[in-house]
Design a protein. Structure first.
Length: 378
């Protein structure tokens, strides 16, 4: 049976979901019954004929009764919209980050369990065959020295003007979670955490983070973090939105028998013995997987439970007493119109993931003392 689907949050990244839903609909797996956004819809892609558009998600739920709801709204609004959708009898595809705290995670999980509903979280890179090959190769690397993640992107002033919550820590008393680690580059963090889960590292217990900003926002655009697990394994993450040359996003694991590297946005993989990254074809669509789960019980690729460690890290980064990211001065930043770049940042990112030392531990001149936080039990 074709599942009916509605999208809440149809602008911005929601436009990607509109296109993806159209592709799945063309394959005969779903039927779009409604779109919702508090702003007028952007015209590309066009709204299909006969599909109603709402400004209130509750009206959409009441009038269209969808089987599945895709939620692509600002992160701090996810929980209430998800609870409303569950109460309306819907299964969920919930964009990342799913919720802003472990308390919200537990509330959502309890609501899903009581209603018998399913929730897939939008970490789409975990649906790729390249990820599965990387994950399966970890056991053959011998004793791991650690797992690392890095990415270098460039986001200019217009990125932080895209919405009232962009670059904010809190709005209306709620954490907004728009920092590089937990929103634009959240996939790097999640892939690294999932890698640690795959090798049985236990739960993450401590976060040591250095967070920086190149403009007067309230969250980090550049970050370095070390997360230590029960079993002693550590993952080190080095990312920036003030980068030089583009690094799409890489996860690497180094062991006594070699190294494996996954470029997760492009599904390129290098295993021990490979001379270079090679493309691994095949990426499962999360919406299709959710529809198949509804129909036949196939496992979800990214169930809510799989994101608990990510939410624990997110919560540690957004506790009220966490210091603001260190604002770099003009001596460490090059400004070119709306774009700001940290000279030498790409070399530093590479050095951090190679040595697993944080900038302050290397004596980088602009580095600030790290922020250390015990992670809450998930």
């Amino acid at each position: 049976m074709t599942a009916t689907v509605a999208l809440i949050g149809a602008n911005g990244h929601g436009r990607w979901h509109r296109r993806r839903i159209a592709e799945v609909e063309q394959a005969g797996r779903v039927r779009l019954v409604g779109l919702a956004d508090v702003r007028p819809l952007e015209p590309d892609p066009p709204v299909p004929d006969g599909v109603p558009v709402f400004t209130d998600h509750r009206e959409l739920l009441a009038k269209t009764s969808p089987d599945v709801v895709v939620i692509c709204t600002p992160p701090h609004t996810h929980l209430q919209i998800a609870l409303d959708a569950i109460a309306a009898g819907c299964d969920l595809l919930l964009e990342k980050p799913p919720v802003a705290s472990l308390a919200a995670h537990h509330t959502l999980a309890a609501s899903l369990g009581a209603a018998g509903r399913a929730c897939q979280v939008g970490f789409q890179a975990l649906g790729s065959q390249a990820w599965l090959s990387f994950r399966d190769a970890l056991a053959g690397l011998g004793k791991l020295d650690g797992i690392t993640a890095t990415a270098s992107w460039q986001r200019d002033d217009t990125y932080y003007a895209r919405s009232p919550w962009a670059g904010k820590r809190r709005m209306g008393g709620r954490p907004v979670v728009d920092g590089a680690l937990v929103n634009p580059l959240a996939h790097a963090v999640m892939q690294a955490l999932a890698s640690a889960q795959a090798v049985g590292a236990g739960r993450p217990r401590q976060l040591v983070a250095e967070r920086y900003r190149v403009r007067p926002i309230e969250v980090e655009d550049t970050a370095f973090a070390r997360i230590t697990f029960d079993g002693g394994l550590s993952i080190v993450i080095a990312v920036t939105l003030a980068g030089e040359d583009f690094i799409a996003g890489e996860i690497s694991a180094r062991g006594t028998r070699g190294r494996a590297t996954l470029e997760y946005p492009t599904d390129r993989l290098a295993l021990p013995g490979d001379g270079a990254l090679r493309k691994i074809e095949g990426r499962a669509d999360l919406l299709t997987n959710l529809v198949e789960h509804r129909a036949s019980g196939v496992p979800l690729l990214v169930p809510l439970a799989a994101t608990a460690d990510f939410t624990a890290v997110l919560e540690a980064l957004t506790v009220p007493d966490a210091p603001l990211p260190h604002l770099l001065d003009d001596s460490a930043v090059v400004t070119d119109g709306p774009q700001r770049t940290i000279p030498g940042i790409n070399d530093l990112l590479r050095k951090v993931v190679e040595t697993t030392a944080l900038p302050s531990e290397m004596g980088v001149p602009w580095a600030a003392p790290p922020f250390t936080q015990r992670l809450p039990v998930t």
